[in-house]
Design a binder for this molecule. Structure first.
Ligand SMILES: Cc1cc2nc3c(=O)[nH]c(=O)nc-3n(C[C@H](O)[C@H](O)[C@H](O)COP(=O)(O)OP(=O)(O)OC[C@H]3O[C@@H](n4cnc5c(N)ncnc54)[C@H](O)[C@@H]3O)c2cc1C
Length: 391
């Protein structure tokens, strides 16, 4: 029997990681353990996220770590970016969402689609957490089908007028800027860097969520907002620009949910070893061992998938279909692991004494946002049949 099992890396997948990557991974893990984890249940219950979390994540380099240093990143690999997301989500999916949005959905589009002026105006401040960003694509009437968006950008003299509503926007209630996606009169999609303090913009917090309670979500109302040409991302034309950003974030989700699953599995394993029923620890019963063995197997398979996804991404070979499959499969894995872990804890599993119920509630968002589970199934279905079943 092996005594030195690494429950967080059963197949020793991390053996090839370079020292810098391990250093950043460990620093984020340490921060989550010391600063985030002790207060998480209370923060989730009260929905009062400590102000310092955002700044501290910035100091650790959690925002866009694989962007170049010139663009506010650490110049690290996508593998390192994935591991950072995993460590944040071992704490909480909402904490990882704050970082995902800031890095993948705000800094990344400015980095690849922005003008040099826009890049120097925003990227450094975003990386330091001095400016908070959000990403407005979803609308009240258009979620899975963002191409149907009604938000309009209409020419008005030398400028434009922006009208519409963006809903379910992570970070919006605390954000300074938003990347807003809107259509012109010909139906062409544009990305805009919108300062949320502008006249005609109002933000409302979505209060009644059971899920992602450590992450603020809002609705952005746009009423005749004047947009100058310099606020439009020059390189972002068409919905595929928005989807490119979502891919970057989905990649991070495929990694992140492994952290949530590991936290649930570890909690269940420890509980099963400590809790006695019928004169034996729960861990001594075959059915409990089956659950634990299957959970570690699923987590390990998901890890193998994202490590390969990371290598593909770092070598520039990754496809949208691969990212879509990994996001869907790993989120489903994490939800399965969380639900089975919860059962191992019996009644205690539903309490705030353990993190599992919070992870389950969070993962119900993760399986929906950035493309629902079923939409990602259709993406793969389209790839393997050549037939679109979306409409
Ligand atoms: C907490 C939270 C944070 C979010 N953050 C952001 C954000 O920062 N920015 C942003 O832009 N959006 C954000 N979203 C929105 C999210 O991306 C959408 O909720 C998601 O795209 C699904 O859209 P919808 O909720 O309108 O569901 P709908 O599109 O109405 O779908 C409802 C159900 O119908 C199914 N369905 C839809 N179309 C089809 C089809 N063609 N075939 C089969 N089934 C179908 C879906 O799979 C789903 O099960 C967030 C959502 C949440 C909950």
């Amino acid at each position: 029997m092996r005594n030195n099992i690494n429950h967080l890396d059963y197949f020793n997948l991390e053996s090839n990681l370079d020292p810098d990557t391990l250093l950043v991974r460990d620093a984020v893990r340490d921060w989550v353990d010391k600063a985030v984890r002790p207060n998480l249940e209370k923060v989730a219950e009260s929905k009062k996220v400590p102000d310092n979390w955002f700044k501290e994540m910035a100091e650790l380099g959690c925002f866009g770590p694989s962007l170049s240093e010139e663009h506010g990143g650490l110049g690290m690999s996508d593998l390192a970016y994935g591991l950072i997301m995993q460590e944040l989500e071992r704490g909480d999916s909402g904490v990882r969402s704050m970082a995902s949005v800031q890095g993948a959905l705000v800094m990344y589009p400015i980095s690849i689609f922005g003008s040099p002026e826009q890049q120097s105006k925003y990227l450094k401040k975003l990386s330091l957490g001095n400016t908070i960003g959000c990403f407005g694509l979803t609308e009240p009437n258009h979620g899975s089908n963002p191409g149907g968006m009604e938000t309009s950008l209409v020419k008005d003299g030398a400028n434009y007028k922006l009208n519409g509503t963006k809903m379910w926007i992570t970070n919006a209630p605390v954000a300074d800027i938003s990347i807003i996606w809107a259509k012109d009169t010909e139906g062409k999609v544009y990305g805009i860097i919108l300062e949320l303090s502008k006249k005609g913009v109002s933000v409302e917090t979505i209060e009644n969520k059971w899920s992602m309670r450590t992450s603020l979500t809002g609705t952005i109302y746009l009423d005749d907002v004047i947009i100058e040409p310099g606020e439009i991302l020059p390189g972002a034309r068409g919905l595929k620009a928005a989807l490119k950003c979502l891919n970057k974030a989905r990649y991070g989700i495929a990694w992140g949910v492994i952290g949530a699953a590991q936290d649930c599995y570890e909690t269940a394993r420890k509980y099963a070893l400590e809790r006695t029923q019928f004169g034996k620890p729960l861990a001594a019963f075959q059915l409990v061992q089956k659950k634990l063995a299957e959970m570690l197997t699923k987590i390990t398979q998901a890890q193998a998938l994202v490590f390969q996804l990371g290598y593909l991404s770092d070598s520039g070979l990754v496809t949208n279909g691969q990212i879509s499959m990994a996001k869907r499969a790993n989120v489903e894995m994490a939800l399965d692991v969380a639900r089975i872990s919860r059962q191992i804890l019996g009644a205690m599993g539903i309490t705030q004494d353990y993190p599992i119920m919070r992870h389950i509630m969070n993962l119900e968002t993760v399986i929906t946002y950035e493309g629902t589970h079923d939409i990602h199934l259709l993406v793969t279905g389209q790839e393997i049949t050549g037939i679109s079943a979306f409409t």
